[in-house]
Ligand binder design. Structure first.
Ligand SMILES: *Cc1c(COP(=O)(O)O)cnc(C)c1O
Length: 376
């Protein structure tokens, strides 16, 4: 929460739920990462929030960009950034999208299978590829499971195959899971990465880069490590596992770059109970899972919520969205304490919502418009 956001909401009084992002916080976060990890290049994970103002600011600050699609690549190029500052980091790409990215000048691609290497070799001859390895995501609040990456033994085959297919085997990547508050998670992945570097070196393949991924936390309710702590622990692990052969490193923060820069303003639509005997209140907002709060799935991300009546006595509430879908409940297994004095029509503020909200909001489910966003 910043004064600029509060001022904006007070003076502009936007109607309906909306996200307000403070660019000053994004700038501070970017500079925080570069200060904490001066020898590491930042590739902002565009999917976290592709607002043109955010991309333009990061372009100006010198950031690079991790893109997952041709549309995201176009959004980054529209800022004037050169294609050398872009990594096509999705391991699941159509061959024609690889060709399109390559024709735009993108030369760095993620792979995690031989079939994907073959696509890149045909559509982007000679390009640099890095292989993503599996990470268990243990300790992360939004783990990325087994969808991306391959076992280390397969990474050896994937990168060896890349060499045979005329590509440049460039490095290893991993993602320790999003909202990863345990810096030790990088240590485990770096141990595996260093082993792959050594084995491939014996086969004559000299990898150059370790992509340390995202996972840097945004502040919700629990404490999080500072950028300095992430930097110290992660770079310590790099030195421990790579000794005096330190590779080029990059990070791909999404949530940690923009999550804390945004606040959603929402409104209480209804407060009710299910029977006269029942004490637990249901509080329905004008925003829910389909309006941008998709990361409340399984109640994974628990946002700080501010009400105009904070300080009054609070009791646990079930918090739900406005749509006619029974899945549109935000917090029920772990109910959310809200003031007893809360009233229908009250405006509330949901903090830490700068990442993974606008991009997740549906276009017109039940007639609700996509989440409005203001970048100030
Ligand atoms: C989503 C994503 C990120 C960003 O992750 P955060 O946890 O939000 O920092 C980074 N890299 C890749 C490849 C991603 O898919």
């Amino acid at each position: 929460m910043t004064d600029r956001i509060l001022d904006f909401l007070r003076t502009r009084r936007p109607d309906g739920p909306c996200l307000v992002v403070d660019l000053d916080v994004v700038r501070d976060n970017y500079l925080g990462f570069t200060r904490a990890m001066p020898d590491t290049r930042v590739f902002y994970a565009v999917k976290a929030n592709p607002a043109p103002e955010i991309l333009a600011l990061l372009e100006e600050l010198g950031s690079n960009f991790d893109c997952a699609s041709v549309v995201e690549i176009d959004q980054v190029l529209a800022t004037g950034a050169s294609p050398q500052r872009i990594s096509f980091g999705n391991t699941i790409k159509k061959e024609r999208d690889i060709a399109r990215a390559y024709s735009l000048g993108v030369d760095l691609f993620a792979v995690d299978s031989i079939a994907e290497v073959d696509k890149v070799a045909r559509a982007a001859p000679g390009a640099r590829v890095f292989c993503r390895i599996l990470c268990d995501g243990e300790g992360a609040e939004w783990p990325l499971s087994r969808k991306f990456g391959c076992e280390p033994s397969m990474a050896l085959d994937v990168l060896s195959h890349a060499r045979l297919a005329g590509l440049t085997p460039y490095g290893i990547s991993f993602h320790v899971g999003s909202q990863q508050r345990d810096t030790e998670a990088w240590d485990r992945a770096l141990a595996v990465s260093a082993e792959i570097f050594r084995t491939l070196a014996e086969r004559g393949i000299e990898l150059k880069m370790v992509n340390l991924g995202g996972g840097f936390a945004a502040k919700y309710l629990k404490d999080i490590p500072s950028a300095e702590t992430y930097g110290r622990d992660i770079m310590g692990a790099v030195r421990r596992h790579f000794g005096n052969r330190i590779p080029e490193t990059i990070i791909e923060p999404g949530r940690g770059m923009v999550g804390g820069a945004g606040v959603i303003k929402a409104e209480v639509v209804l407060i009710s109970t299910k029977s006269a005997a029942e004490e637990t209140r249901w509080v329905y907002l004008d925003i829910g899972k389909f309006g941008g709060l998709a990361e409340t799935m399984e109640e994974a991300i628990r946002y700080p919520i501010r009400t105009p009546r904070d300080g009054d006595q609070a009791t646990p509430c079930i918090l739900a969205g406005p749509t006619c879908d029974s899945a549109d409940v935000l917090y029920e297994k772990a109910p959310y304490p809200l003031p007893i004095s809360l009233e229908i029509g009250d405006e509330i503020l949901i903090e830490g919502t700068g990442a993974y909200t606008t991009t997740y909001s549906s276009a017109g489910f039940n007639g609700f418009p996509p989440l409005q966003s203001y970048v100030i």
